[in-house]
Design a binder for this molecule. Structure first.
Ligand SMILES: [Zn+2]
Length: 409
């Protein structure tokens, strides 16, 4: 039902109760251009409304009315409440509370470059472009233009009001209860800039904290010369036929050792480095101050080296790991051979089980009588847990027997 229409004389939006009755209202439908007849003396059973003069009212007429009503709401507003701003930036939600602003001026269908904003309003924080969605969201190109050119812009979604009374939409617009989305937040740049300043300060603070922590650990290490060598795990894979086997295998278990000598070699903005001697062997001990990459000087070290990497969360402990481990090479080789042997065993077991499953019927026919006689002689409880399949397996293949027993228990 139409209760808002445009005046032919002023092109302003008029409510049904503010115009003369009948054709004298001098209004037209913006959706289909038909003249409208004001029916504002309706009985209590029917609300006042505009009816079309020569055409049938259609969905487009109602859509247009809703769009126009929303546009004129913002055009005539003295104040506007801009909703809360909240967006994700560098894993952090940056937010700003809703603000109430005086509208200094407003304009309909404002041309911005090659686009038109439904409404633009001037406020003390600058121009805000307002888009109204009744059936279609703002065009992707226009939204991209707003974002690239940092034009504060917001879209109000009225699509859910198409099936409702227009007054409900007007009421919700007045109360700022209509769903809205920032296309480009009015304070986005400022929030990002402030957050970047905060991140830069945090980076310096965390770096200094890591430096202090590394210094303390180094002093202690140089005093007691005891270091815990970290775990070492290797990832092995081996292919047999069409089957790929893989496993993370422990090669070295964490162990504390007593060094004969420890001294500081270097301290830079990226790392601190100690050199430890264990009899004639050398072990490099590096404290990294950044997580992202291993400094070239550390990567080039010869011999055994362990590194301490700072944690992502500053409240968690840094972690130790092996960077170079030439003295563990033989142990790794041996562990890999053991892994390959396990793969071969698994493959053989799989072949045996497959053979057994394929030959179950033949075994059953062949040995049923023997099994039946045997079962009559043995204890009742034993009968309960033994199956004929196991019996066949024991006769045929000891590997299959083992496999089935594992399967049962
Ligand atoms: Zn119409």
């Amino acid at each position: 039902m139409l209760t808002y229409a445009l005046s032919k004389d002023t092109n302003k939006l008029e409510h049904i109760d503010s115009v003369a009755n009948g054709l004298k209202c001098n209004c037209f439908c913006f959706g289909c251009n038909d003249a409208l007849v004001a029916k504002n003396n309706c009985s209590s059973s029917r609300s006042n409304h505009f009816s079309h003069y020569s055409k049938d009212e259609n969905r487009n007429c109602l859509m247009t009315q809703l769009h126009l009503a929303a546009q004129h709401h913002f055009l005539n507003a003295e104040y506007i409440t801009l909703p809360e701003v909240s967006f994700l930036y560098k894993d952090e939600f940056l937010t700003n509370k809703a603000i109430n602003l005086k509208v200094l001026s407003a304009q309909l269908e404002t041309k911005i470059d090659r686009y038109y904003a439904d409404v633009t309003i001037e406020t003390e924080i600058g121009t805000i472009a307002i888009e109204i969605c009744v059936t279609h969201k703002n065009e992707h190109d226009k939204t991209a233009y707003y974002q690239q050119n940092k034009i504060a812009s917001i879209e109000y979604d009225l699509s859910s009001y198409l099936s409702k009374d227009i007054d409900e939409a007007i009421k919700d617009l007045n109360e700022y209860a209509v769903e809205s989305t920032w296309l480009y937040e009015w304070c986005r740049d400022e929030l990002i800039q402030n957050h970047n300043v905060f991140l830069a300060k945090e980076k310096v603070r965390i770096h200094q904290k890591r430096q202090r922590s590394a210094k303390l650990s180094m002093t202690k290490l140089m005093f007691d010369k005891r270091i815990t060598l970290p775990d070492l795990t290797q990832y092995f894979k081996h292919k047999i036929g069409g089957t790929q086997y893989s496993e993370n295998v422990s090669v070295f278990t964490q162990k504390e050792i007593q060094l004969t000598e420890v001294f500081e070699v270097a301290s830079t903005q990226e790392y601190s480095l100690l050199k430890g001697n264990l009899n004639e062997h050398i072990i490099w001990i590096a404290f990294l101050l950044e997580r992202n990459q291993i400094p070239d000087d550390i990567a080039k070290l010869g011999g055994s080296a362990i590194i301490q990497t700072p944690s992502i969360n500053e409240n968690e402990q840094a972690t130790w790991s092996w960077l170079k481990y030439p003295r563990l090479a033989r142990r790794i080789e041996h562990t890999k051979k053991q892994f390959i042997n396990r793969c071969k065993l698994k493959k053989q077991l799989k072949r045996n089980v497959n053979w057994f499953l394929l030959n179950t019927d033949n075994l059953y026919k062949k040995d049923y009588q023997t099994w039946s006689n045997w079962m009559k002689k043995i204890n009742y409880h034993l009968k309960f847990i033994l199956s004929f399949h196991m019996f066949c397996a024991i006769k045929k293949n000891i590997h299959v027997c083992g496999c089935l027993i594992l399967g049962i228990f």
